[in-house]
Design a protein around this ligand. Structure first.
Ligand code: K1U
Ligand code: ZN
Length: 188
């Protein structure tokens, strides 16, 4: 723990951190994340840091593997600008039901910066998970929540949104990212 300001109990709260986000084609993004066996202070610190990192990006979701941690942990906040923030935490999420109805929505990803594509997924999913306090919960989702949940849960098995689109479109996006990475490295 580090001191934030003057003495007093609040000054010994651990500071939140903004973590570096991995970008494709980093091979760590292909890893399969492992289930969490204990929801403790260290895991809550990771989730706090992930949320801070997601807000700073900015983004509406983040999976732990995107910050290099292969654990089944997701943070999310789909509240719009001007609305009250609504942070959500999903530990060991499992899809237990999915609609037959499919829906196409445009997706982005903080690990594929500035790239977007239309992706088709079930319109509604029911997900079981543990919350920030380790309590078992179930959520029925549709709209952006369903899209974001499925996108983030894909990260836990090493799947990116580009894996749902044609090879031609995927290769265009991955080539752009490789080029951007080369230019960034050359610029120092
Ligand atoms: O990298 C990620 O997994 C986060 C990703 C989540 C997502 C977005 C759209 C559809 C499916 C999943 C993002 O947050 S990309 C950035 C973004 O969408 C956004 C950023 C600022 C304001 C609103 C949206
Ligand atoms: Zn993503």
């Amino acid at each position: 723990m580090r001191r934030l300001d003057g003495p007093g109990p609040a000054s010994y709260l651990p500071a939140m951190a903004i973590l570096p986000i991995l970008t494709a084609p980093d091979p760590r993004l292909k890893a399969k994340s492992l289930p969490v066996d204990k929801v403790d202070g260290a895991l809550r610190k990771l989730m706090d840091d992930m949320l801070e990192t997601m807000y700073a990006a900015p983004g509406i979701g983040l999976a732990a593997i995107q910050v290099g941690v292969p654990k089944q942990v997701i943070v999310m906040d789909i509240a719009r600008e001007g609305e009250t923030p609504e942070p959500r935490y999903f530990i060991n999420p499992k899809i237990v039901a999915a609609s037959e109805e499919m829906k196409v929505a445009e997706e982005g990803c903080l690990s594929l910066p500035e790239q977007f594509a239309d992706v088709e997924r079930p319109a509604r999913v029911t997900v079981e998970f543990l919350d920030y306090d380790g309590k078992a919960r179930t959520i029925e989702s549709d709209g952006l929540l369903a899209v974001c949940l499925q996108h983030e849960m894909d990260h836990l098995t090493g799947v990116l949104f580009v894996d749902h689109i044609s090879k031609i479109k995927r290769d265009i996006i991955l080539r752009k990212l490789t080029k951007a990475r080369r230019l960034k490295a050359a610029a120092g």
